[in-house]
Design a protein around this ligand. Structure first.
Ligand code: ZN
Length: 357
């Protein structure tokens, strides 16, 4: 009898401490940096570990999760539906840019946080009108509408943009020039190099007509430098900031079935992750999340026949694959990103941490 009572007390204590830990352990971040490796599956990340000479910044994350990436209308997602899952928290059709299956616009987390007083930024190595970056600031039915997507930027509340896509602003089929319009809306615009307008409050860097050059064509440290510049600018806001950084061309290496292209882009993305983590570790109030919208190429690190001492990177498709993709998180709230869940939960987990609801 006495033992039973003692046991009951013990169990009750255990349950109550468990609950308190559950509710008080999740510290909320002030800032979020979301890095998306387009087409980056586990083999892609492993390749960067095998073929990079330095240590991988992926090793610095304490929390790892896996996401299921299917779209509303297809088992295998494209980048538009994949990014919309992250930006809006909904499953939608392939090709949709922040639109639901009824083709109605859905507010993105970037727009919601902007209304809440956050400063926001978008960086990509593609055109900034490309599916992933576009899904954070534009709302169109089809991803191909690059010129329509560009028209959302002047009216948007984005504070820092860096990437390619200049032609969709100043060499348009409707003859409009959106660069003066951007300036009228308070943006300083530079089309030559990063850093030239670092004093201005709202900054747009459009540094290539379409996508940025490949790493192998001399893109250099654009992605890390843009990330550092954005963080320097956005962290001036006391309310907090949200920054999305995309390593766009990991996906292009996968589509091209070019392992060298893919790996060099992955290593570049890894460096940008390092820049984000260095800031977050010093800052202490920034959550860094790294994930992918889907895997591209059905990429694998095969043995060379039965030679187990030689890795032969190989592809099983020139399209996307259905495999789950990893999520890495570090900083306040990171622990909520462990486990296996749908891609839409990336939005909901971020929202739970930073949106006033
Ligand atoms: Zn993609």
């Amino acid at each position: 009898m006495r033992l039973q009572i003692l046991l009951t007390i013990f169990i009750l204590c255990f349950i109550s401490t468990g609950n308190t830990q559950e509710s008080s352990a999740v510290k909320k971040p002030k800032n979020i940096i979301l890095l998306i490796g387009d087409g980056m599956g586990l083999s892609e990340i492993s390749a960067a570990q095998f073929f990079n000479e330095g240590d991988s910044h992926f090793d610095r994350f304490p929390t790892i999760g896996l996401i299921k990436t299917s779209a509303a209308d297809n088992l295998i997602t494209d980048s538009a539906a994949g990014a919309t899952a992250f930006s809006c928290g909904i499953k939608t059709y392939n090709g949709a840019i922040a639109m639901n299956v009824q083709k109605k616009p859905v507010k993105t987390i970037l727009e919601q946080l902007s209304e809440q007083g956050y400063d926001t930024g978008i960086i990509s190595t593609s055109s900034i009108t490309h599916a992933t970056p576009a899904s954070f600031f534009a709302h169109v039915e089809k991803r191909r509408q690059a010129e329509d997507i560009a028209q959302f930027l002047p009216e948007s509340d984005v504070d820092f943009i860096a990437g390619g896509g200049l032609q969709y602003f100043n060499k348009r089929s409707d003859q409009l020039d959106l660069l003066p319009k951007l300036q009228q809306h308070g943006f300083a615009v530079d089309t030559t190099k990063l850093g030239a307008i670092s004093g201005a409050m709202k900054q747009v860097y459009l540094l290539a007509d379409d996508g940025m050059p490949r790493m192998s064509e001399g893109r250099g440290s654009f992605l890390s430098e843009a990330t550092a510049l954005a963080v320097e600018r956005l962290s001036q806001n006391e309310e907090g900031f949200f920054l999305m950084v995309e390593g766009s061309q990991i996906d292009w290496g996968g589509h091209a079935n070019e392992a060298g292209y893919l790996i060099s882009e992955l290593i570049d993305f890894d460096n940008a992750i390092g820049t984000a983590l260095d800031f977050a570790e010093k800052d202490g109030e920034t959550l860094v999340i790294v994930t992918a919208d889907h895997e591209t190429g059905g990429f694998t690190l095969s043995s060379d026949g039965r030679n187990y001492n030689k890795i032969l990177p190989s592809f099983s498709t020139d399209g996307h694959s259905a495999t789950m993709v990893p999520v890495f998180a570090k900083g306040p709230g990171a622990s909520t990103f462990g486990g296996i869940y749908e891609n839409t939960q990336i939005y909901h987990k971020m929202s739970a941490l930073v949106l006033n609801q």
